[in-house]
Design a binder for this molecule. Structure first.
Ligand code: NDP
Ligand code: 2IT
Length: 447
């Protein structure tokens, strides 16, 4: 329940108009809760219908993706692109390939992306897409044919100044390559229509590392403000994909010991610190399962079930797998285990009840749309390099990324303080992200 009757009514309409999409409702509710004090100060946003427009995507594209598997059978998946908001730039956001994908997941991700992209300070609007295709267990040929079919429909709606997709769960360098090849083949355009590209065809150095590194830069700024640091800290990271791997790399470089990581089947604990070279070999090269880590690390342990990782005692937790992976019970387990900081690498990994547990326990909490913005920020830097037809060095991109993440932290912290909620980065990030988009929407009239 909100204090404002207007927000109660708006939320009820969002739920009714988007029935059966709980993740989308959750994302919208959290933002609206943060905006309550803003609307009290700025009735003009209500009068201009900014919020009604913000919760409705500008466009939703939904399409059939037919392809032929290795047995010669026709398989039909569903493709989506939600072009959520273009007030401050072309639609920008990743593509997720995972069997759990449906419209509600893409809408929640697209909605979050609008505010995240605003926080980066760069000119990018919000969008998200994907498919219920499961790349797991598929051959190279199957993945390629699926990507080609997906792009054969998607290409009609995207372009370097229109909508620029990238990776997310199940979409990494390999998939981006196949998607890019098909876009170029159909349109004849060699343009920066996707980010996360390979380095030989327009990709940016440090994009692969950016989300994980950026998460650690943000967390480092938050910890330092509280008189703490990664040095000597015990860290757990859920997931073992793109975000988790490079969060592990940077946290370790900053002096932390990462003792546990997971995949959707289970988690490993290595009290000597995760051997990242071995994990990369399993996950990035062989596309294997995390339990294979035990073969060469007999002292490590593997436990079935991915949620158990949050019972491993740690100082800092970096959830970097998927939405709602930390529920109330997991949050309580973390607090019991001594966790004093949680920074979200994944999108919306903590349920509202979990966030409430952290708040009550005084845990430093970095919300996803601020702390994982380094990936999309570096995607925007890739777009800039593509427009310039130049490529910057790794250090140049990494330095800019660090500056952007520190800036997001200070902006979110200062905004929270300005609205009388010092230390509440959820509110600070939501409000700061909202203000830029709302002002741009007001300036552009009712569109
Ligand atoms: P990857 O596909 O590279 O890795 C995903 C990891 O999370 C894998 O270890 C996977 O395990 C695990 N995982 C996925 N779904 C589930 C599930 N339902 N339950 C338990 N574990 C699961 O994806 P990314 O690392 O790119 O993305 C991880 C998170 O970070 C997502 O929330 C994404 O939206 C977010 N993110 C990604 C960005 C990027 O640049 N890539 C940028 C900002 C946010 P398994 O292999 O067993 O499926
Ligand atoms: O959730 C995200 O911010 C991403 N998956 C990255 C999007 C991008 O366009 O790089």
């Amino acid at each position: 329940m909100f204090q404002s009757a207007y927000l109660n009514d708006l939320m009820a309409r969002v739920v009714a108009r988007n029935a059966g999409e709980p993740e989308f409702h959750q994302a919208v509710r959290e933002v609206l809760e943060s905006l309550e004090p803003v609307l009290a100060r700025h009735p003009e946003y209500v009068e201009s219908g900014v919020l009604e427009r913000l919760v409705e995507p500008e466009r939703i594209i939904k399409f059939r993706v037919p392809w032929v598997n290795d047995e010669g059978r026709v398989v039909v998946n569903r493709g989506f692109r939600v072009q959520f908001n273009s007030a401050i730039g072309p639609y920008k956001g990743g593509l997720r390939f995972h069997p759990s994908v449906y419209e509600g997941i893409i809408k929640f991700l697209g909605f979050e992306q609008v505010f995240k992209n605003s926080l980066t300070g760069l000119p990018i609007g919000g969008g998200k897409g994907g498919s219920d295709f499961d790349p797991k267990g598929k051959s190279e040929g199957e993945v390629m044919r699926f990507c080609q079919s997906f792009m054969t429909e998607l290409y009609k709606y995207i372009g370097k100044d229109e909508d620029v997709p990238a990776g997310d769960i199940g979409v990494g360098g390999r998939e981006i390559g196949y998607l890019y090849g098909q876009y170029k083949r159909i349109t004849g355009l060699y343009e920066g229509v996707l980010t996360g590209k390979g380095l030989t065809y327009g990709g940016s150095l440090a994009r692969k590392e950016a989300t994980g590194y950026g998460l650690c830069y943000f967390t480092d700024a938050m910890l330092r403000d509280a008189g703490k640091s990664f040095a000597g800290a015990r860290v757990i990271i859920s997931g073992s994909g793109n975000v988790a791997i490079y969060a592990c790399e940077k946290a370790t470089e900053l002096g932390a010991m990462v003792v546990a990581m997971s995949d959707s089947n289970g988690y490993i604990v290595d009290e000597d610190g995760i051997d990242l070279a071995a994990l990369k070999e399993i996950k990035e090269v062989r596309r294997g399962r995390i339990r294979e880590y035990l073969k060469d690390h007999p002292k490590a342990t593997y436990t079935e079930g991915c949620r158990g990782i949050f019972t491993v005692p740690c100082d800092i937790a970096l959830p970097s797998a998927t939405q709602n992976e930390i529920d109330e019970a997991s949050a309580e387990a973390l607090v019991r285990g001594g966790t004093y900081a949680v920074a979200e690498g994944a999108n919306m990994p903590s349920t509202p009840e979990a966030i409430e547990v952290f708040r009550r326990a005084g845990v430093l909490f970095a919300p996803a749309k601020a702390s994982n913005a380094g990936g999309v920020a570096t995607s925007a830097l890739e777009m800039t390099q593509n427009s310039e037809r130049l490529s910057w060095t790794f250090d140049e991109v990494d330095r800019k990324l660090k500056g952007i993440m520190e800036n997001i932290y200070h902006n979110a912290a200062a905004t929270a303080k300005e609205y009388g909620m010092e230390g509440n980065l959820v509110a600070g990030a939501n409000i700061a992200g909202f203000l830029k988009v709302a002002d741009a929407m007001m300036a552009q009239g009712v569109v």
